[in-house]
Design a protein around this ligand. Structure first.
Ligand code: GLC
Length: 544
């Protein structure tokens, strides 16, 4: 494995839930042994890092984001030894491993909380946030609006209220307490020392509460992060911290600090705007948000994504934009969840290969390190009739046989039903059938990832937006050192022509990257390109 400390800047990250990938022991749910058996698939796909959803002991009332023990593996997913084996096998294939650090809250089943609630004088009492009234911190919004009415929950044991930003069974830890910070540092050390390469810091804006504020993005929260980062840097090298801060770009910018907080942060506002742009058939939403995205320190990186294990969140859009997104992408009431849409990429694109390719083509060429959600590389569907976000967490579809090749258990025993409708069902959409054809989505995704990784321009280069008159066409130049890549994308459902002002690169020859074919050299005249519906080009600009 390359020893570059900035590895995350060139990474293509694959998000996967160990439960949903491969069930090797036939009990109906995936485990680390199963995931390990599928590492060759991921290496072959070409991704360079794996981000794992929480796999710790947990009552699984929030699919593992409710942790009951930070130092172990949920028995359904295997043992610590299985995890170590997985890590070693991943590393052997050059794949880095990113785990979840859920630092804002624990499960109410965590022994820390059990002690804290046992009496008002328990030494752990102050590890959580308590109150005699539910009236404090009134300005903090509720995040899980479909299930929670308040951020305070009544604890009948100690007869007081505890603070929770997510489900009421997920009490928030008290980061004003140095003992909590020490405990979390112990957790980080344990996993980093084992060899984990990076951590996604779950729900990081909400660590500290202060009266009269939204209790998000507070200076005190950033102080906690600076402290943790300093400790990471002092003890380890080449580790990466990724902030999950669903906030506006200027607020997310703070999570990078001066390169002394998180190495990466998700670009939440860009994501819905990519969907808006393709629906509006107009580049404006993407251009606007890129223009509002501040510069970040050189050692930092955005994490870009189309879909993940949660609903497609619409927190970072205006009310009108949200209405538009619901109208266009969630006409069925059941597709909506909280402030978002619980659908996978392929159904959102109405199964249209051209649009799926275009969205991935943008994802892989815009600034940041792209994160793919398992199953989206084969165009898996979802099931909006399952509760909460479970409809986008169904078993991976490996083949057209028994349980989609995911498990040998009885179908009734599976942790979740497999997608089985005629369009996205496993008989139609699965890895094995797509492996057979060069032109399947899977084969195409492999080529896309390979091209993305053929240069460091995409991960490390600058972006310059071009402004062709035809606003249905998005065009930008990525550049690093003397390398230039021109990306041109038709966001519309109809053929388009665009004239690009490329005079600055006069004399250069555009080489289309997928085929390696030469296009006419750039001269003084506007460079004319025609594009079919949803078509995009990546050109290397080669000077003669
Ligand atoms: C993050 C996770 C989400 C989880 C929540 C509470 O937003 O992505 O799945 O429910 O945190 O831990």
């Amino acid at each position: 494995m390359e020893s570059d400390a900035l590895w995350y800047k060139d990474a293509v990250i694959y998000e996967v839930h160990v439960r949903g990938f491969y069930d090797a022991d036939g009990d109906g749910a995936g485990e680390f042994r199963g995931l390990t058996l599928k590492l060759d698939y991921l290496a072959d796909l070409g991704v360079s890092a794996i981000w794992l959803l929480p796999f710790y002991p947990s009552p699984l009332r929030d699919d593992g984001y409710d942790i009951a023990d930070y130092g172990n593996i949920h028995q359904a997913y295997g043992t610590l030894d299985d995890f170590r084996m997985f890590l070693e096998e991943a590393h052997r294939r050059g794949l880095r491993v990113i785990t979840e650090l859920v630092l804002n809250h624990t499960s109410d089943q965590h022994p820390w909380f059990q002690e804290a609630r046992s009496s008002r004088t328990n030494p752990r009492r102050d590890w959580y946030v308590w109150s005699d009234t539910p009236d404090r911190y009134k300005q903090a919004r509720i995040i899980f609006t479909d299930t929670e009415l308040s951020n305070w929950a009544w604890d009948p044991v100690s007869k007081s209220y505890y603070w929770h930003r997510f489900f009421n069974h997920q009490p928030d830890l008290n980061y004003d307490n140095p003992a909590v910070r020490e405990a979390m540092w112990e957790v980080m050390k344990f996993w980093f020392a084992m060899g984990v390469d990076g951590m996604r810091l779950d729900a990081v804006p909400y660590l500290v509460e202060r009266e009269g504020t939204s209790c998000e993005n507070l200076a005190e929260t950033h102080e906690v992060l600076r402290d943790l980062r300093q400790r990471v840097d002092a003890e380890f090298s080449g580790k990466m911290l990724l902030a999950e801060a669903n906030q506006w770009p200027r607020d997310v910018r703070e999570y990078f600090g001066n390169g002394d907080q998180c190495h990466m942060a998700f670009h939440f506002p860009l994501m819905p705007r990519m969907f808006m742009a393709i629906k509006l058939e107009d580049r404006k939403p993407i251009v606007d948000i890129l223009e509002r995205t501040p510069e970040i320190p050189a050692s930092c990186q955005w994490g870009t994504f189309l879909r993940n294990h949660d609903e497609l969140t619409l927190e970072m859009v205006t009310d009108e934009e949200r209405d538009y997104m619901y109208d266009e992408f969630a006409r069925e009431r059941r597709a909506k969840l909280n402030l978002g849409i619980r659908r996978r990429l392929a159904p959102l694109m109405e199964g249209d290969r051209r649009r799926i390719e275009l969205m991935n083509g943008l994802l892989m060429s815009l600034p940041g390190s792209p994160i793919l959600y398992y199953g989206d590389e084969i165009g898996m569907g979802d099931n909006i009739y399952l509760g909460d976000r479970n409809g986008v967490r169904t078993p991976m579809q490996w083949n057209g046989g028994w349980n989609a090749g995911f498990s040998s258990a009885d179908p009734e025993q599976l942790y979740s039903p497999i997608i089985s409708n005629p369009i996205y069902g496993y008989q139609a959409v699965n890895v094995e059938s797509q492996r057979r054809f060069d032109h399947s989505l899977l084969s195409w995704m492999k080529r896309l990832i390979r091209l993305r990784k053929s240069t460091r321009v995409f991960g490390r280069g600058a972006i310059e937006l071009l402004a062709p008159e035809n606003h249905r066409v998005l065009a930008y130049v990525r550049s690093l050192g003397s390398e230039r890549i021109l990306v041109v994308a038709n966001l519309s459902s109809q053929a388009q022509a665009a004239e690009l002002d490329l005079r600055r690169w006069k004399g250069a020859i555009p080489i289309e990257m997928f085929g390696g074919n030469l296009f006419p050299p750039i001269g003084d005249a506007p460079y004319l390109l025609t594009l079919g519906p949803y078509q995009f080009y990546w050109f290397r600009l080669r000077r003669l």
